[in-house]
Ligand binder design. Structure first.
Ligand code: FA5
Length: 348
């Protein structure tokens, strides 16, 4: 027993030399003092099997060794903790008198997001909901539900990227949505009528890109359905938006345009923000800039949305949000907005 105690003490001191941190110290403690299998614990358990005299002799010795090793453990722990505190103090410190460092390269919102946020606030103040819709849209919602059946020639004007074998409805193709208009029907189906909502979002078209056309761009759709809504309500809202964006002197011009999902449909232009109507490079000398399509929602679209066209009517509009941004900031090439050139984006 005496020899066993001496051996444990030697092993303990030997192992202690390799201990570098609290984790290793804990492992050492477990090895010798764990309740179930610690080497010191095992010796203490064996004491009960000794004769009374032997127990008196070895019991005293075992307790002394045990106490000695426990004290060494505590000392080592204090030493390690002090080392840790000193290390932190050496490497990490706070100088509370140091002036604040200048922030380098702080990020900011993309111009598109700035205008979207601004319009969301503006429409919310007029009682509109702000809704979100899927960018990957079913062929049905993107086209058929908004009165563009499969054989309709209007589909040619909005070619897009088709997705094969998409989920449970894979017998009907899915598309990267070409417009935010599918949300007219989704909004009526989900929220019912009366409804006032805008839906900003990304759209995709298979385009030959140029300074005004991108394959990926943003639109901002709007829909208002209620009893006794008429064309002048639509004109009032669209004029309010144009004046909000480009100033009180801005005039809105509506000209007839065919969109299958509205009747009548219009193309909306505003006086050029640069030349105020006199004619310039930005408006191609016309004095007008096209910024939206709009019209009174077609009865077929109301029916798709579950709304009775004999009781309700309303209007919808679709701003080219990316174009609004271009006009607001005088950006002459749409492609700058998403080519990731930081020198361009830093200007906003
Ligand atoms: C539509 O997309 C209709 N959904 C708008 C609408 C909504 C009409 C509700 C009536 C009622 P259009 O294809 O004209 O219409 O596009 C609307 C606007 O999106 C355009 O005026 C233009 O500003 C913008 N736009 C269209 N294609 C592109 C493109 N490739 N790149 C950038 N902007 C585009």
């Amino acid at each position: 027993m005496d020899e066993q105690l001496q051996k444990i003490k030697q092993d303990f001191l030997q192992d202690l030399k390799t201990v570098k941190d609290n984790l290793q110290l804990e492992e050492l403690e477990q090895k010798f003092f764990s309740r179930r299998s610690g080497e010191m614990t095992e010796i203490m358990k064996k004491l009960k099997d000794l004769s009374v005299d032997a127990r008196k002799k070895f019991g005293k010795l075992a307790n002394e060794v045990k106490k000695e090793l426990e004290d060494i453990l505590i000392e080592k722990q204090i030493e390690l903790n002090n080392q840790l505190v000193n290390k932190i103090a050496d490497t990490e410190w706070i100088d509370i008198t140091q002036p604040k460092l200048p922030v380098k390269d702080r990020g900011h919102l993309h111009p598109n997001t700035i205008i979207q946020n601004d319009l969301e606030d503006f429409f919310t103040s007029m009682g509109f909901l702000v809704l979100d819709g899927p960018e990957l849209e079913s062929d049905y919602y993107n086209f058929t539900a908004v009165n563009i059946p499969p054989t309709h020639p209007a589909r040619d004007m909005q070619d897009t990227f088709y997705i094969k074998d998409h989920g449970p409805d894979s017998d009907s193709p899915w598309v990267m949505r070409t417009q935010t208009s599918p949300m007219q029907v989704r909004a009526m189906q989900k929220h019912g009528v009366p409804i006032r909502a805008i839906i900003p979002g990304r759209c995709f078209r298979n385009e030959a890109t140029d300074v005004r056309h991108e394959h990926t761009f943003y639109q901002l759709e709007g829909i208002v359905i209620d009893k006794n809504i008429n064309f002048s309500h639509m004109k009032g809202v669209l004029e309010a938006v144009a004046k909000h964006l480009y100033g009180n002197e801005t005039v809105v011009r509506l000209r007839p345009k065919f969109y299958p999902f509205v009747e009548p449909g219009v193309n909306g232009e505003v006086t050029c923000f640069l030349c105020k109507g006199a004619g310039c490079r930005v408006c191609k000398n016309t004095g007008w800039l096209e910024i939206f399509g709009a019209g009174m929602v077609h009865p077929n679209v109301l029916r798709e949305g579950g709304v009775d066209p004999e009781k309700y009517q309303g209007f919808a509009f679709g701003f080219g949000l990316t174009r609004l941004v271009m006009l607001k900031y005088g950006i002459d090439d749409i492609r700058n907005l998403q080519n990731g050139d930081i020198r361009f984006l830093k200007q906003f």
